[in-house]
Design a protein around this ligand. Structure first.
Ligand code: 6PG
Length: 222
């Protein structure tokens, strides 16, 4: 791993997440880590995979997923399997967010039941953020956003005109069920979006705002 700011950020995040998992495992049999997809997390995934952790006691799931086959190029499950669940980390229990159903609307109940059975509250939820202020698959232009922000259902099928595939996302309520929340972002554009988010309250405009009231550790590098 290089000594670039983004790689150093990934190492710092890895140290914090590994320690959080170790602490929680002193008081519970299993610990849950919720991660996001996209490109930002890759160096973090690869650094965490190299950590000496009791991976067989760890559960990993996603904050959201594109409704595509798990071997598709743009599958978050594929991203996690290829970059995080490698070496010793392959012993972790990974719970994906897709089913064989044709649409996320058809699969949402089964996914919600699957998610509900995990070791909540999560030890850590790692959130990313898009340039439109979305996080997970809580998109400002999605008709399902109000539902996903308000429901206590663990998972919601969502569609967004800005996204090529239908999505499934953990609800804001479920994503709040964690001991620790992290926002992992890089670049000046996202720093500007975060600044805008911090200066207002409407989560429907910038959904990341739904997570600015709870303690949120922001990991940002240029
Ligand atoms: C996804 C993610 C999404 C991601 C942001 C940031 O499925 O794409 O869960 O919420 O975190 O879009 O993505 P980048 O890290 O690629 O900028």
């Amino acid at each position: 791993m290089s000594d670039s700011p983004r790689d150093q950020l990934a190492l710092q995040l890895t140290e914090a997440v590994a320690e959080a998992l170790r602490v929680d495992l002193t008081r519970q049999d299993n610990a849950l880590l919720v991660v996001s997809g996209g490109s930002t997390p890759v160096p973090f995934f690869e650094a965490l995979a190299a950590c000496d952790l009791p991976w067989e006691r760890l559960q990993v799931t996603l904050a959201d997923e594109r409704w595509v086959a798990e071997d598709a190029e743009d599958s978050n499950a594929r991203l996690v399997r290829e970059h995080l669940l490698q070496g010793p980390a392959a012993a972790a229990s990974f719970v994906s967010l897709t089913t064989a159903d044709a649409t996320p609307e058809q699969g949402a109940v089964a996914v919600a039941e699957r998610v509900a059975g995990l070791a909540w509250p999560a030890s850590v939820v790692i959130l990313g953020m898009g340039g439109d202020g979305h996080t997970a698959s809580l998109f400002p232009d999605s008709q399902e956003l109000p539902l996903a922000l308000a429901t206590d259902a663990p998972a919601v099928a969502v569609r967004s005109p800005s996204q090529p595939q239908p999505r499934i996302t953990l609800s804001a309520d479920r994503l709040h069920q964690a001991r620790r929340h992290v926002l992992h972002i890089t670049g000046d554009d996202k720093r500007g979006v975060l600044a805008r988010a911090l200066s207002g309250d409407d989560a429907r405009e910038l959904p990341i705002r739904a997570f600015l009231a709870c303690p949120l550790a922001t990991y940002w590098a240029p």
